[in-house]
Design a protein around this ligand. Structure first.
Ligand SMILES: [Zn+2]
Length: 550
């Protein structure tokens, strides 16, 4: 899911003339040299082929990808780290697809005409309870940002009972530049749509309607529509309360709704930014019939390991992750309806496999065990990695670090590195050191308000305490102006990201992917040999989970 919104406002000029890799352990250097950009290309080409049908979770193409990745692990000599001596963690899911023809959604104001919404164009919704049919006739309550954050002295609910009600709310969090208030510009987990649904369900709400505003969600309506339009997967073992209707509406629809309720949307949006905000029951009911196709299926994480060289420390590990799933095939859509996911995330799989091959074939191994996980259902809300975090092959408290790869643009040689969240962990000095060895500047997160940290699989590991972050490249590429990389990025987000056009092209240059793979190998190697396990900076939101030691 994750995509960088990397439109830099500052220019960083790399002053390092060449690769000055003096400080890399010889064994790591040797292992690193095995990484081959053309092998990454081969993986991307295969995984994004139409034959794999977009690697949908619970679809045939997704299963083919998992089998193929396991076969690669095996051929490279990695040991299995899954269930019962296999390369797989089998995960039970419900697949829920909203039937747009039989599903009806209307706002019914006390006075004035009913507002019937058109699925996909005006709104999207999923039934998280995996019922085949849910009927909702409930009052609509405007709850602003829908956040209860005692540590920031912020409560949008103000004790109002929302049981059985539909909640209208905003994505994101109250805007602020104060780092002590929702981390200033940076997004905290409270701003993510997943939190909004979870909190509303905990309070017994029947459903949530999120108002989609592109600049607040940091992605356009097409991304919401494409992500919600197909099948949504739910972890079967998930015992958390769920919503009958978890949805979004377009901003224009919200504007009309407010007018029908005799209110002014701009004023509502403004009121929501104040601490004194109180929930408002609108003179509007929601009448919704949500009909879903529901099926049970299994999907698999693919996990493998290279045992550490030190008998004792091999009980501990470092972990590399990349999701192999994408959005699959949407048979109801005309034209090309295969979401190939070449960049998102066949690239990360190509990197993961090269890392696996390099570690497995290295003559000398690091002390700690190295785990590799190609996870499923990332696009469905980080579900495969959530399962991995809750069922790790080695206990989470003994995993020093997770390095995740997601959506690594194959555009040549990067001179910048994006490692958002690394600064929250104890390994940051090493990250800086290794970046220097690779002559890569660390690019600060220029769009912290997009909350990238919560949008890829490393977050699932952080939630169980494992220091974790994604490794990606910045916009500065060798031989090009910064503006070139920024324009490529803009073009990708507008024309290919989460669209069927995210396809393999022969002009892709995988130097970038090889370079960030090598960076991750060296960093991981060093952390795998450190005398102590990595941790979080004091006071970080994940420190508690680390200390609880799951
Ligand atoms: Zn994605």
């Amino acid at each position: 899911m994750k995509r960088l919104g990397t439109f830099l406002s500052i220019v960083i000029v790399s002053t390092c003339a060449a690769f000055a890799q003096n400080d890399i352990p010889a064994a790591a250097q040797k292992a690193m040299n095995a990484i081959d950009a053309e092998k990454i290309r081969a993986t991307v080409k295969y995984l994004s082929d139409d034959a794999l049908q977009g690697r949908g979770t619970g679809q045939k193409g997704g299963d083919m990808a998992a089998d193929w990745i396991a076969a690669q692990f095996k051929s490279y000599g990695l040991a299995p780290a899954g269930d019962h001596g296999t390369y797989f963690q089998k995960i039970d899911f419900f697949g829920v697809t909203t039937d747009p023809k039989q599903t009806h959604f209307a706002f019914v104001p006390k006075s004035g005409p009913e507002m019937q919404l058109k699925f996909a164009d005006d709104y999207v919704a999923n039934d998280q309870t995996h019922a085949q049919k849910s009927e909702i006739d409930a009052p609509l309550v405007w709850v602003g940002y829908g956040i209860n954050a005692p540590e920031y002295n912020w409560d949008d609910y103000k004790g109002v009972d929302v049981k059985g009600k539909m909640l209208l709310m905003l994505v994101n969090e109250p805007p602020s530049d104060d780092p002590n208030f929702f981390k200033g510009r940076a997004l905290t987990y409270y701003g993510r749509w997943t939190y909004k649904y979870e909190e509303a369900a905990r309070r017994g709400a029947v459903g949530v309607v999120l108002i989609h505003k592109t600049e607040m969600a940091s992605y356009g309506w097409e991304v919401v529509r494409n992500s919600w339009g197909g099948e949504t997967s739910l972890l079967k073992e998930d015992k958390d309360p769920k919503l009958k209707s978890a949805g979004w509406i377009q901003l224009d629809v919200a504007r009309k709704l407010a007018a029908a309720a005799g209110m002014d949307l701009d004023k509502m949006l403004h009121d929501a930014t104040t601490r004194g905000f109180k929930p408002v029951e609108l003179p509007v009911r929601v009448k919704e019939t949500i009909v879903s196709k529901v099926r049970s299926f299994t999907s698999r994480n693919v996990v493998a390991q290279v045992k550490g060289s030190d008998a004792k420390e091999a009980q501990q590990a470092i972990l590399y992750t990349a999701h192999y799933d994408h959005l699959g095939i949407h048979p109801e859509e005309p034209g090309d309806n295969i979401y190939n996911g070449a960049q998102d995330n066949a690239t990360g799989c190509g990197i993961l496999l090269e890392l696996a091959r390099a570690f497995a074939t290295a003559q000398e191994k690091p002390k700690r065990t190295v785990l590799f996980a190609a996870v499923t259902a990332e696009e469905q809300g980080l579900l495969g990695s959530k399962y991995l975090g809750q069922h790790p092959p080695i206990p989470a408290k003994n995993i020093s670090l997770d390095l995740n790869y997601d959506d690594i643009a194959p555009w040549g040689e990067p001179q910048q590195l994006v490692v958002t969240g690394a600064e929250r962990t104890s390994v940051y000095p090493q990250v800086e050191k290794v970046a220097k060895e690779f002559a890569m500047e660390i690019q600060p997160d220029d769009k912290p308000e997009a909350g990238h940290y919560y949008r890829s699989d490393h977050f699932s590991l952080a939630r169980v305490g494992v220091p974790a972050f994604s490794v990606n490249e910045g916009a500065q590429f060798k031989g090009h102006e910064l503006a070139w990389g920024e324009e490529k990025e803009r073009d990708y987000v507008a024309h290919r990201y989460h669209q069927p056009s995210d396809q393999y092209r022969p002009d892709m240059d995988f130097t970038a992917d090889a370079k960030v793979a090598k960076f991750g190998l060296v960093l991981g190697w060093e952390i795998a040999n450190e005398p102590t396990l990595a941790g979080w900076q004091q006071g970080d939101e994940f420190e508690k989970a680390r200390k609880m030691g799951q």
